[in-house]
Design a binder for this molecule. Structure first.
Ligand code: GDP
Ligand code: MG
Length: 498
């Protein structure tokens, strides 16, 4: 949000003064706290940055000071997310026993299966053990998950002692030389002595190679005390954060990292077995800092180089948007045209970055443009393009024939256009959104815009736009190219410092 613009303005300033640095730091701290990052950790970051750049003036001449500041901020952020402690690495051709702990509902059982499945797909022999005798139906839940994923499992309907089940299961699977043995344990609604006793007993009985603490991202600040309590009892080695697909920014997770001194290894992003990703610091930081927030949209619109396309900006301002405008924006997408920047700011859009759509977005855009190539000037410039085609089907079928596209494709293109033009209308109707230097669109307008956009940008439409993943890649490449870094190994999340 404002952070992006703070970083922007910083990079525009020619003289770096202490004020500018303080301002930037303040913005970052606010963004982090809004994402539920613990105050102490925020303070730690602040001090870390301050210490490093204290001697900015003494730095060698020629060193790019702006870059130094940006790098420092980023490094400190990474430090918060990464305790720099080696993660337990499972070894092939031996049994690696992994025990899950965490409160009830944190997502242990779901995540156990996800992890088993992840290893299985990488060619490891994996199995699951249900040592939860507390929750009714726990074994059934694990059994169902495991069966679906075709993973061998162990549990019992009759044995009530989870320690015995865990031990029996691990012994059995060890003797069968399974490489990854995952043990699911029970949780309680809150931290209770009985739970901790049970955890400890199981740990003693099975001597796991790694204990994974599973935590629900949405619990926010409560993470710290919870993580501390678990860490005090068992020997936590890694953290998995679940439910990052929701609204939680996961700032609380940093408290867990700090408290357990254990790295985050995976994140859960949905209920499905595939909604599971190896933890990636850059992506996590982007989310923490709220990049992609709706408020950022206003900042971004204000920051756009309006000279790029004054005509389009005028039209947007008036709420007009023709098929030709869409065509031109498609052409511009690879050049980070204003349209794509705006799209990146639309709520929900960012989420799709991570979902990985394989089809080539460039190809799809090309197809859409071929369809538009079959339209007449009159059709392209009409600001009621959809109605025009609806009222005169002859036009519709002519375009289908001319472009060799299936009517459904043409229909989809028009629907997409309709949504975008509606969005532009809404934005145009908001006084001052496009006025330069204006940062205070009122809250009500903002809420409305947010709501309208979320409604319009349904996943299917975004998908048709050509796979957001591909779009993001293009933007990244452009970012890298424009900052002269080349395509590989950018040190920053895309868009964070550019
Ligand atoms: P446990 O009590 O710790 O074993 O938690 P469960 O694995 O039974 O999960 C509790 C609920 O959270 C279930 O409804 C899961 O489907 C859901 N869940 C788990 N992980 C995720 C996730 O990453 N995202 C979402 N949206 N839901 C999740
Ligand atoms: Mg469970």
């Amino acid at each position: 949000r404002k952070l992006t613009s703070a970083l922007h303005s910083l990079s525009r300033e020619t003289v770096i003064d202490q004020d500018a640095v303080d301002r930037l730091l303040k913005e970052i701290c606010v963004a982090l706290m809004e994402s539920d990052v613990n105050v102490k950790l925020v303070q730690q970051l602040r001090n870390g940055v301050k210490n490093t750049i204290k001697n900015l003036d003494d730095m060698a001449a020629g060193l790019n000071k702006k870059r130094v500041i940006q790098q420092t901020v980023y490094k400190e952020l990474v430090k918060l997310c990464d305790p720099e402690i080696p993660v337990y690495k499972c070894r092939k051709k031996r049994s690696n026993v992994i025990m899950f702990v965490g409160l009830q509902g944190a997502g242990k059982t779901t995540t156990c299966t996800k992890l088993a499945y992840w290893y299985k797909r990488k060619g490891w022999s994996t199995c699951l053990i249900c040592a939860d005798t507390f929750r009714a139906g726990a074994f059934d839940q694990l059994k169902q998950n495991a069966t679906k994923a075709q993973i061998p499992f162990y549990g019992s309907y009759t044995e009530s002692d989870p320690v015995i089940i865990a031990k029996e299961g691990v012994d059995k699977f060890r003797s069968q030389n399974f490489e990854i043995i995952i043990v699911d344990t029970s949780g309680r609604h809150k931290q209770e002595a009985s739970l901790f006793e049970e955890m400890l007993e199981i740990q003693k009985a099975i001597e796991p190679d790694n204990i994974i603490f599973t935590m629900d991202a949405s619990i926010g600040q409560a993470c710290e005390s919870q993580a501390i309590a678990f860490k005090e009892t068992v020997n936590i080695g890694s953290v998995i954060i679940t439910k990052l697909d929701g609204h939680a920014k996961g700032g609380g997770a940093l408290s867990a990292v700090a408290a357990t001194k254990s790295p985050i290894v995976f994140i859960g992003t949905g209920e499905h077995i595939d909604d599971f990703e190896p933890y990636d610091t850059k992506g996590f930081i982007s989310k923490l800092l709220n990049l992609g927030d709706i408020k950022g949209l206003v900042d971004r619109v204000n920051e756009l180089n309006l000279d790029d396309n004054p005509d389009l900006m005028k039209k947007l301002e008036k709420g007009r948007f023709s098929l030709r405008d869409m065509y031109e924006q498609f052409q511009n997408i690879t050049k980070l045209g204003p349209f794509s920047q705006i799209m990146g700011m639309i709520p929900g859009f960012n989420d799709f970055y991570s979902k990985g759509h394989d089809q080539s977005s460039a190809e799809r855009l090309k197809r859409l443009m071929i369809i538009m190539d079959s339209m007449s000037d009159y059709e392209l410039d009409n600001t009621e393009g959809c109605k025009l085609f609806e009222n005169e089907p002859k036009r519709f079928f002519r375009v289908c024939r001319g472009s060799g596209a299936h009517p459904i494709e043409v229909q989809e293109l028009l629907m997409q256009y309709d949504r975008f033009s509606q969005m532009v209308k809404k934005m145009g109707g908001m006084k001052g959104l496009f006025k330069e230097g204006n940062n205070n669109v009122n809250d009500r307008d903002m809420k409305m815009l947010n709501y309208e956009m979320a409604k319009m940008m349904d996943p299917a439409v975004l998908n048709q736009m050509g796979g957001v993943d591909g779009l993001e890649k293009m933007m990244k490449q452009f970012n890298d190219a424009s900052s002269g870094k080349g395509s590989g190994g950018s040190a920053y999340p895309a868009g964070l410092f550019n």
